[in-house]
Write a protein that binds this ligand. Sequence first.
Ligand code: KIV
Length: 272
Amino acid sequence: MSVQNNQKKSVTINTLSKLKEEGEKFASLTAYDFCSAYSVSASGVEVILVGDSLGMVIQGHDSSLPVTIDDVAYHVRCVKRGNQGSFIMADMPFMSYYAKDQTLENCALLMREGAQMVKLEGGSWLSDFTKLLVRHGIPVCAHMGLTPQSVNHLGGYRVQGRNPDKAQEMIDEALVLQDAGAGIILLECVPRSLGTRITEVLDVPVIGIGAGPDTDGQIMVWHDLLGLYPGRPAKFVKNFLDGEPNGIQGAISRYVDAVKRVEFPGPEHCYD
Ligand code: KIV
């Protein structure tokens, strides 16, 4: 079996910034292996995330906490082989970035395997790490709002930034991270109005999941998009395979189209 490159031009961080400048939305999706990476990138998804959600959807744990840096490195390697030009972002898993040297070494491992950006969960406390990584040529995405690695601290998978003080704090922290050099901010599970506000005040692209339709990009987990994960889906999830005559490829294309036309997420997928 041979594979050909189907995406015309590789996506870079500059492509995403330009899309933001031009007010065009972009789509992101997780992938963890060769075939899913191939389908995702060949369908025109701009960003592939090798997410630590793999702990739940691939490994069957009840959180992402057991995922190791070697697990993520393995999946980045598989995804890179299937990628057709999407921008590959990789998650730094729980406790893989508590000290400077350890963070640099772990990020370097993911970049060597094929990641083009690393994603770390947290707020303004990440700014020193962000400066250090960027200085070493490692682009950083800061994941804010609901940060699943802190599920035990947060007391569950809950919407963040509902109260005005917390919302303002998140806006201020996003600005600090942008100033430190973060190239993307990812917002999970925040009220729509906060997603809108953070997207407006930042120059860098903002990707949302459960953050409303106004963020520059949207992201979904592959297994949620296809309705594969057992149990009750989160409010922001839509099964794009449901009623789709053209199977998985059709479902991904429907998702990309819906994001670009700002039809997804709809009001039923948002928090007020
Ligand atoms: O790990 C992951 O898949 C993620 C997304 C939910 C954004 O971080």
